[in-house]
Design a binder for this molecule. Structure first.
Ligand code: FAD
Length: 514
């Protein structure tokens, strides 16, 4: 017999099997020897009271033993299957490719960037020299923007079944089973590349193909039907199904649609700064302690406040993380954050952003590029104010709110360097004002948050796509082109690794095999 109950576990006992069995026996009023094993189904940290504990939903096995869970994929070869072109090897593209294999379709994944290992060198150069390779950077290359990220695997989507499928596919390609039980699962930058390589190997083993260093410059179409793609090299690859999973930074893809007179539309996105604190401040606030227990992970936060009728919110928080230069072109600054699996860097960062609506930007209802141009301008301004070479403009938190340029800046994790600036020169006034209003309020919600030890680094501008590529609800195809599937974050249907992966799967499921 099995019984599922919720128990509280002291952080130092989370790996202690005997203790957990004893706790279970006590709650179920059984003898400890009657419990033959347990499985944790979900666990989260509960820091509401002084004593921080894990709250876990645990299945206890009474007079029976649990069976080991095996995460294997049973794919068949798709060598002679119908070809499906997938543009982009980010989470949407990769999970679409795996789903193709499951459905007997032959995925041909075309990626403008390099394989994960080769990509690493370009990232090192980006951080060391401040030079951007427009085809290989934090957004472009195998695994997409998700590879050198924090690898947080949660989503606001409530399509739980699909989320579990994505998590299990990650596990079957090398992620630890922890991601199946933690309430806030994450993988980490050091582990993601191996998992992504393993996914590529699965796809190739079962008959799929990958092309790297190959940019798609056009999509072939005749009589309203997709026919394939044209690469930058001039080569054409033919297929009647083309999934466009190119991410929010592939601005040339939006231009391609526009050039072909295929509908695209301006879309709201969020803009702001990355804020970094010493991790110890966040730990003290969240765990009510001087020094975090070695049994607790670096603490996390999530903050939101309404200011001047605008929501200001923290986004993509990376405990023990690093601020990354995520520009995809010269003369622009874009920041984001990542962390390794142990989250053991001394700083905590998060994007702190507000939504930019169509009404905020002139002509956005008529011009599909209006929000993208607005985003570009701010990224370019950040570059100029920073002084070049990806040096980012930055300000201490209290100085920002009180309107002072900081005399100096705290040590921080952004490798290309920061320069002291007045962020009013970079941010639009309404964004600046909303942030100024929100930060002291965040400080009231979270002790220690509002401090001059924190630094604001500009700009966090690639939170989601500023353009949507429309698609029909019923078959996920572009309204003007049959067989063309706008997919993932770039097309406006995802906002993170999990939702992009789910959208990749959904697009393949929408392919009619009859
Ligand atoms: P992308 O991942 O952007 O992939 C698109 C791919 O298409 C790229 O590889 C690109 O090179 C390729 N491509 C573009 N144009 C072409 C072309 N013309 N021809 C061929 N290939 C092309 N999300 C989370 O959920 N959790 C996190 O912790 C997290 N941290 C992040 C940290 C960083 C530093 C960054 C940059 C992002 C982070 N994100 C995180 C966001 C997440 O990575 C994205 O939401 C997700 O990767 C979107 O997936 P996608 O497949 O739709 O697009």
């Amino acid at each position: 017999m099995q019984k599922e109950i919720e128990i509280a576990i002291l952080p130092e006992k989370i790996e202690d099997e005997q203790y957990i069995l004893q706790q279970g026996a006590k709650m179920l009023r059984l003898q400890p020897q009657q419990l033959k094993g347990y499985k944790i189904r979900k666990r989260s940290i509960d820091a509401r009271s002084k004593q921080v504990v894990y709250r876990a939903r645990v299945i206890f096995y009474i007079d029976e033993f649990p069976l080991p869970e095996i995460y294997e994929n049973h794919f068949k070869s798709v060598q002679s299957g119908k070809p499906v072109i997938i543009i982009g090897a980010g989470p949407a593209g990769l999970f679409a490719a795996i789903r193709c294999i499951e459905r007997g379709l032959k995925p041909i994944v075309i990626e403008r960037g390099k394989k994960v290992q080769d990509r690493r060198r370009d990232l090192a150069k980006l951080n060391r020299e401040g030079t951007v390779n427009p085809e290989s950077n934090y957004c472009f290359g195998e695994g997409g923007a998700g590879t050198y990220s924090d690898g947080k695997l949660y989503t606001r989507s409530n399509k739980r079944g699909d989320v579990d499928k994505v998590l299990k596919l990650f596990v079957s390609h090398g992620a630890t089973t922890d991601i199946l039980v933690n309430a806030r699962p994450h993988i980490g930058t050091n582990k993601l590349p191996h998992i992504i390589e393993a996914m590529r190997e699965s796809v190739i083993e079962f008959g799929g193909e990958f092309l790297f260093d190959q940019r798609v410059d056009d999509i072939l179409e005749s009589f309203g039907q997709a026919r394939g793609v044209k690469l930058a090299s001039g080569e054409e690859i033919k297929a009647d199904h083309v999934i466009v999973a190119t991410g929010h930074s592939a601005r040339d893809i939006f231009e391609l649609f526009h050039r072909n007179n295929w509908l695209i539309e301006a879309k709201a996105f969020a803009l702001g700064v990355r804020i970094e604190h010493p991790q110890a401040i966040i730990d003290q606030a969240q765990y009510h302690c001087q020094v975090r227990s070695e049994h607790l992970p670096p603490a996390y936060y999530s903050l939101v406040e309404q200011v001047n009728d605008r929501g200001v919110f923290s986004f993509c928080m990376c405990p023990g993380g690093v601020i990354a230069p995520c520009a995809t072109d010269h003369n622009e600054i874009v920041v984001n954050g990542w962390s390794p699996s142990k989250r053991n860097n001394p700083h905590a960062n998060s994007g702190t952003v507000i939504q930019i609506n169509l009404e905020d930007v002139p002509n956005a209802l008529n011009d599909p590029f209006a929000l993208l141009d607005f985003q570009k301008q701010i990224e370019h301004r950040a570059f100029e104010v920073g002084g070049g070479n990806l040096v980012a403009p930055a300000q201490r938190m209290v100085d920002f709110v009180e309107g002072r340029v900081s005399l100096d800046l705290p040590e921080n994790s952004y490798k290309p360097g920061t320069s002291s600036a007045d962020l009013r020169e970079v941010l639009p006034t309404f964004v600046h004002e909303a942030l100024r209003g929100a930060l002291p309020i965040f400080g009231k919600k979270m002790k220690g948050y509002y401090t001059n030890e924190a630094i604001l680094v500009g700009v966090e501008s690639r939170t989601s796509s500023p353009i949507r590529i429309p698609r029909n609800k019923e078959n996920l195809q572009h309204p003007q082109v049959k067989g063309l599937y706008p997919c993932g974050e770039g097309a406006g249907y995802a906002g993170g690794i999990i939702s992009a992966a789910i959208d990749g799967i959904n697009c393949v499921d929408a392919i009619d095999l009859s």
